[in-house]
Design a protein around this ligand. Structure first.
Ligand SMILES: Cc1cc2nc3c(=O)[nH]c(=O)nc-3n(C[C@H](O)[C@H](O)[C@H](O)COP(=O)(O)O)c2cc1C
Length: 191
């Protein structure tokens, strides 16, 4: 069984919905057991699931151009796994990331870059989104997959005055694609 964990934070539910889509994408791959883990827990079971995973997909809302404070708390708390790098720690696990914010850009790349550096500190192997950019020509539309044109991870945009139920289907499909891609890549790596 290939094990994929989605470790995420969400303050107001939008990134939680994106995380659910990532989880469903990973779970849709035959032979994969996916887990959806909120960093609100951070109990022994949470750390155990991460230690067991072949791949960890990180998710956080973009707050002030970076990951949310709660997600940063998780990053710092992961130093226990960091000290154990190689025995076993998270070294050589696959990693990927997703984020959601209110503005079209909103500096979401700052958040993904922070996750990439974090994964590299753990000796993990970063998996990109692997989709062409959408909505970037006269034939494009907001309904395109990867309509925000990201390469480093999955992005979603949620209006600041609307709930998670109004999130764009294209963003949720992009999130599901990331989950599937990470799961399939883990299998290619023999997990
Ligand atoms: C403290 C705070 C900082 C924020 N900073 C940004 C930002 O830098 N860029 C942006 O586009 N949106 C920003 N937003 C908007 C959130 O990213 C947006 O509302 C998002 O959907 C929240 O996700 P969540 O419901 O999972 O918490 C910020 C919101 C909060 C509460």
């Amino acid at each position: 069984m290939t094990k994929v964990a989605v470790a995420y934070h969400s303050g107001y539910g939008h990134t939680a919905r994106q995380a659910q889509a990532v989880f469903e994408g990973a779970q849709s791959v035959p032979g994969v057991e996916a887990k959806l883990l909120s960093v609100d827990a951070m109990d022994d079971a949470f750390w155990g699931d991460l230690a067991d995973a072949d791949a960890i997909i990180f998710g956080a809302p973009t707050y002030m151009g970076s990951v949310s404070a709660k997600f940063k708390e998780f990053m710092d708390a992961s130093s226990k796994a960091w000290f154990a790098m190689g025995s076993p720690g998270w070294k050589d696990k696959l990693a990927a990331g997703f984020t959601n914010s209110a503005s079209q850009s909103g500096d979401k790349l700052g958040t993904l870059n922070g996750m990439m550096v974090f994964a590299n500190q753990h000796g993990m192997i970063w998996v990109s989104l692997g989709l062409p950019p959408g909505n970037n020509s006269s034939k494009g539309s907001l309904d395109d997959l990867n309509r925000l044109g990201s390469f480093s991870g999955a992005m979603a945009q949620s209006n600041a005055d609307q709930g998670a139920d109004t999130m764009r289907d294209s963003d949720l499909k992009t999130a599901a694609h990331l989950g599937r891609r990470v799961a399939e890549t883990a299998q290619q790596f023999g997990a």
